[in-house]
Design a protein around this ligand. Structure first.
Ligand SMILES: Nc1ncnc2c1ncn2[C@@H]1O[C@H](COP(=O)(O)OP(=O)(O)OP(=O)(O)O)[C@@H](O)[C@H]1O
Ligand SMILES: [Mg+2]
Length: 428
């Protein structure tokens, strides 16, 4: 069986700072046009010390692997390991610094929000454009159109330019297009994380070996259960290098055992994070506090305050702040929101404000967890999402007053409970 994807000694170097070269055609064009706008002065020369400080980062180093036709393969690894860079090279969004990446077959990719569709065209027009780019005839696309619309569940917005879509709507349409057009290879980055849980399940189902019609899939995720259940093989990256290739279950175990997790924290600044702002809302920071034992931090059975500061130029109707806590396998354990269905609606945002989610008793056993954030609006799905934005550690506690401090070797959740025991009154 011939290989659908062949990666040969691929390396990618990024230069940080002043004179980073243009990575994408879109960036290069934007730079070219901006430089020629009337009234725009040329950028001042960088001071020589800064110009010399061209720090380099190797996002990928000497990576080689191949993917057989029809295989569903996972790429895993910590934040910054090089997974998205690998997919972008395969999708020809960026060029490798050295090495070769070859792809044989018609390929659709779902990478970052904003790549793929043309912002000024409507959803409908983008479906046809995507099909045309893949070399499909209009009649072929017509035949698939209803399936695509039904899968995406955004029929009402089909004639709206996609630049007005929320990221959740964008991903819905992009996934529907990628999954239903006649492609042989599908590259999927973590974009699915911005969809709601039901849509994520639907997408994962469509990528499963039974449903994907022999398509080759390369799939990046931090959700180890999704990787284990969907993928035959995985490749695990660590700081740009391929450190494991093999069967999915072994790869997931390897990753969970060997990846040194980032140091847990109880606060994170988001002021410089471009992913933490959208539609006039800008997040400043998120802080976790244990008001009962401030020095201990999050602790089983203690209260936990999750405090988020923001600035906003818009009030938004029924703004939905949503926090989710997952374990390190990516399994979501708690998700709470301020959408009206939650019983805690928020009326509107302030120019400078803060929201607090207060858990009376943190029901998680000791161990590492990840906090995710999403900003959601009624009927508009997710506006923006920050998956795994902060990783924190829950401290052990004698929560049952028995001297035993539950940890992740025994489930994840503690609940108030009791046992009883008595002789049976009428044994048969
Ligand atoms: N355009 C860029 N300019 C400079 N450095 C970059 C650029 N894009 C990525 N990097 C760096 O390259 C490295 C690999 O990034 P990449 O996005 O591939 O990681 P990833 O495995 O997808 O991480 P995550 O799980 O957080 O999505 C990181 O150190 C990142 O900071
Ligand atoms: Mg990535």
């Amino acid at each position: 069986m011939s290989d659908a994807i062949v990666i040969e000694e691929v390396s990618k170097r990024y230069r940080l700072g002043a004179s980073a070269p243009a990575d994408t055609l879109r960036e290069a064009i934007t730079r070219f046009v901006r430089a020629r706008l009337p009234g725009r002065r040329p950028a001042p020369e960088m001071p020589s010390a800064v110009a010399r400080d061209r720090r380099e980062i190797w996002a990928l180093r000497d990576v080689s692997f191949s993917v057989a036709r029809g295989e569903v393969v996972g790429l895993i690894g910590r934040n910054g390991a090089g997974k998205s860079t690998m997919l972008k090279i395969l999708a020809h969004i960026i060029e490798p610094t050295s090495g070769r990446a070859r792809i044989r077959g018609r390929c659709a990719s779902l990478l970052e929000i904003g790549t793929g569709f043309h912002p000024d065209l409507t959803g409908r027009e983008n479906v046809y454009l995507s099909g045309a780019i893949l070399g499909m005839r209009r009649r072929e696309i017509d035949r698939k159109f209803d399936e695509i619309v039904a899968f995406s569940e955004i029929e009402r917005f089909l004639d709206t330019p996609v630049k007005h879509y929320s990221s959740g709507m964008y991903v819905r349409l992009a996934f529907a297009v990628a999954a239903h057009l006649e492609t042989e290879i599908l590259l999927v980055d973590e974009v699915l994380a911005v969809g709601d849980a039901a849509f994520q399940r639907k997408c994962l189902g469509a990528m499963s070996p039974g449903a994907n019609k022999g398509r080759t899939v390369l799939f990046v995720s931090h959700n180890m259960d999704a990787i284990r259940s969907r993928c035959g093989q995985v490749h695990c990256f660590d700081r740009g290098q391929l450190v494991f290739s093999g069967p999915a279950a072994e790869g997931v175990d390897y990753y969970l055992k060997t990846s040194d997790l980032p140091a847990p924290v109880t606060a994170i600044s988001l002021a410089d994070n471009p992913a933490a702002q959208c539609e006039g809302l800008r997040l400043l920071d998120i802080t976790l506090r244990n008001p009962a034992h401030p020095a201990v931090g999050p602790c089983t059975g203690d209260p936990l305050s999750i405090w988020l500061r923001y600035r906003s130029t818009r009030a938004f109707a029924s703004p939905g702040f949503s926090f989710a806590i997952s374990d390190m396998r990516g399994i979501e354990l708690i998700r709470l929101t301020t959408l009206p269905i939650s019983g805690f609606p928020i009326e509107g945002l302030h120019p400078a404000g803060a929201v607090e989610l207060f858990l009376d008793e943190l029901p998680l056993v000791a161990g590492p967890y990840a906090l995710s954030f999403a900003f959601v609006r009624v009927n508009v799905a997710v506006v923006f999402a920050l998956p795994n934005v902060l990783q924190f550690e829950v401290a052990p506690s004698d929560v049952y007053k028995s001297g035993f401090k539950p940890d992740q070797s025994r489930g994840r959740i503690v609940v108030r409970h009791h046992w009883s025991h008595a002789p049976e009154a009428d044994p048969i």
